[in-house]
Design a protein around this ligand. Sequence first.
Ligand SMILES: Cc1ncc(COP(=O)(O)O)c(C=O)c1O
Length: 388
Amino acid sequence: MKKSWGIHTTAIHTGMEIEPRDVSPPIHMANTYLFESAEEAAQAFEMEGQPIYTRWGNQTTAVMERKVAALEGAEAAVATSSGMAAVSAALLAAVQAGDHVVATTGLYSGTHHFITEDLPRYGIETTLAEATDPAAFEAALQSNTRVIYLESPGNPALLLNDLAAIAEIARARGILTIIDNTFATPINQHPLDLGIDVVLHSATKFLGGHGDTMGGVVTGPAGFIQRVLKGPIRRFGGCISPFNAWLIARGIHTLPLRMARHNANALAVAEWLSEHPLVAWVRYPWHPSHPQIALAQHQMPGGGSGVVVFELKGGLEAGARMLDRVQLCARTVSLGDVRSLITHPASTTHHSLSQETRLSAGITDGLVRFAVGLEDVEDIIADLDQAL
Ligand SMILES: Cc1ncc(COP(=O)(O)O)c(C=O)c1O
């Protein structure tokens, strides 16, 4: 019965096996649990999945984990305190000193720094491969490569990794593939169906969806998720607050509805921008402006998601003036909110990267990232119009 559920029913009903049978999950804020006897305490430590201590697992957090696992089609999920905790926990569970990681050039800056600076401090070598070229991933492999790490669409240039092609290269050599699916969400893209092994998210973005919580999640085979939980989460300690997990689980109830509207609004904004005389270029996965539109429509069958990037003919200066003039859209550095958010990555989110690294990832100095919200699209466009 459950297997035939549609995406909306899955988002709402999955994971709600809770006691007491409240219509909304109770928020279990207890950090530890009472035992009837010393023997019961000892038994809890013998078995898996017993309520013992919230860093080891929590009943409210489990609701969020079951929902994301179901939406991704994964065996299991583990929630984390932030997207970066998900990125670092997944990688630290997969590699050890002496291993090698190949990663896409199109990475969120925090992930870029973790992969190129922190992993090498632990004796793990890394090579970046050009995001759009599967052959570059193959060429970068070494005998000690254990992980191929992807982000598609990449933040913020929205360039795509060819997931099926890269998964095939990895599977032939027994290499684990991990993807950051934050930008696409499980509504628009199902990496596991394309042969990817592990999918993670910054749940701070679309999964939570309302700009009011931090969180992350790693999904994949049950054995790997146990390794993430028992190693990096329990020992490095990046577990999520049950309250944040509750907010994210609640956000997920409307994720399919919200993504349909993010998709539609973003496509309309991309179309409008592409016809504006002051706009030099626009890029959006489902718009003809995207160099990989055929791949986007194939591997993101749900839609192009909620982020559009563009550059004005006046470059950086004109972009900064536009950011100063928006009234409805919020000047912030995040994305995946009900509100439209506008960002200049080269001076904010990706400022810590060198200009050379930014350019190799497609981030020009004048690039503006526009995370299109759920407002009436006419109002969003009217705000962009007056700012331009
Ligand atoms: C694609 C992507 N992954 C991971 C992260 C990190 O997420 P968090 O800020 O929740 O740690 C971000 C943050 O912007 C992101 O854009």
